[in-house]
Design a protein around this ligand. Structure first.
Ligand code: NAP
Ligand code: ZN
Length: 349
């Protein structure tokens, strides 16, 4: 099936309308008409070949929501018309220890929603900046939010799970002091989720203009990280810091804010390395510097249900396909409140 999409033919070229092919649904496949797709900073890293190995044409997009249009003969859980989502994973080996544990995100055979090998044309996966997608039922999520919230649910499929998973893994909850660094797509979800989990949340931003917003999102305190005095006020006080920043920066300034046995988890994936932190900042208080990548399928469903229950969605700006390139430029300037979401109906022209 030929469908309209938006993607790039080279790393130094803007995204443009493209026609792509989707496979005919197999026995375990779900075909989804995509209503909305969020724009993640990872899309920009990949499509501009900032990360290694981008295949062109590249169609990004892994914050996908829409309706089931068709199901294969052996699909019993989903039916035509269901409201569903697809995040960053469309396949995995299905039999390793990670897959058996519901941690498909750490399976060595994980197939990402775009730019991963597939037998389908053209040989690598093509993402959600497209009219529809065909995905094995295991990687399809059920959406329980009201249908009129659908556009604002899309970012939960990456920004939501990428922040929810580490917050849960490091036991964020009542009595814990938690920092969220970088108030973009991921960071704004991190604030909302940590707040809903009952933690004391401190937002770290480089943008003075986001101070009030961060409070509205659920932060108990806001620190403008360029201000050394404000930073010093939080020395040795955090149980956990979630760092979502998309660019290399000084990690020591944040590590010293952790108390004994505290952890800072990096989820931001800048194209070039951070300067190495000072080892003594880790040794002296037995601090941990960690990382985390999206989340598994069961946990993604748990996160979606948690958000539906707590009335949590992303703060979004809806854009048309022809605004994607301009949206990338605005995202680079930190000028997004707080996630761009594509109205996929605009792909039809
Ligand atoms: P985003 O919307 O662009 O937000 C990043 C935020 O980082 C900015 O809004 C800004 O917040 C802060 N920042 C500070 N200095 C910056 C600089 N020099 N350049 C860019 N940002 C700066 O991006 P996102 O979609 O949240 O993604 C954040 C990072 O996470 C990206 O690297 C992305 O690839 C990565 N990611 C990782 C995973 C994973 O599984 N680990 C999943 C999704 C995305 P302030 O204005 O508040 O300072
Ligand atoms: Zn993403």
């Amino acid at each position: 099936m030929r469908v309209q999409a938006y993607g790039a033919r080279a790393g130094d070229k803007p995204l443009e309308p493209l026609q792509i092919t989707r496979r005919t649904p197999g026995a375990h496949d779900v075909q989804i008409d995509i209503a909305f797709c969020g724009i993640c900073h990872s899309d920009l890293h990949q499509v501009r070949a900032e990360w290694a190995g981008t295949q062109f044409p590249c169609v990004p997009g892994h914050e996908i929501v829409g309706w089931v249009a068709a199901v294969g003969a052996h699909v019993s859980v989903f039916k035509t018309g269901d409201l569903v989502g697809v995040g960053c994973i469309v396949d995995s080996c299905k039999h390793c220890d990670d897959c058996d544990s519901g941690l498909e995100n750490y399976c060595d055979g994980m197939i990402g929603t775009y730019n991963f090998p597939t037998p389908d044309e053209p040989g690598w996966t093509l993402g959600g900046y497209s009219q529809n997608i065909v995905v094995h039922e295991r990687y399809v999520l059920r959406i329980r939010h009201a249908e009129d919230q659908l556009a604002a649910v899309a970012p939960l499929l990456c920004a939501g799970i990428t922040t929810y998973s580490p917050l849960r893994h490091w036991n964020v909850g009542p009595g814990k002091k938690v920092g969220v660094v970088g108030i973009g797509g991921l960071g704004h979800m991190g604030i909302k989720l940590a707040h809903a989990m009952g933690a004391h949340v401190v937002a770290f931003t480089t943008s003075e203009s986001k101070r009030e917003d961060a409070r509205q999102l659920g932060a108990d305190e806001v620190v403008v990280s360029r201000n050394a005095e404000e930073m010093a006020g939080h020395t040795k006080s955090f149980d956990f810091i979630l760092n979502t920043v998309a660019a290399p920066h000084d990690l020591d300034a944040l590590l010293v804010l952790l108390k004994r046995d505290g952890t800072m988890a990096l989820v931001g994936a800048p194209a070039t390395a951070h300067p190495s932190p000072n080892v003594f900042n880790l040794i002296m208080k037995r601090r941990t510097l960690a990382g985390s990548m999206i989340g598994g399928i069961p946990e993604t469903q748990e996160m979606l249900d948690f958000c539906a229950e707590h009335g949590i969605v992303a703060d979004i700006e809806l854009v048309r396909a022809e605004q994607i390139n301009a949206s990338y430029e605005r995202m680079l300037k930190g000028d997004v409140k707080y996630r761009f979401v594509i109205d996929n109906a605009s792909l039809a022209g």
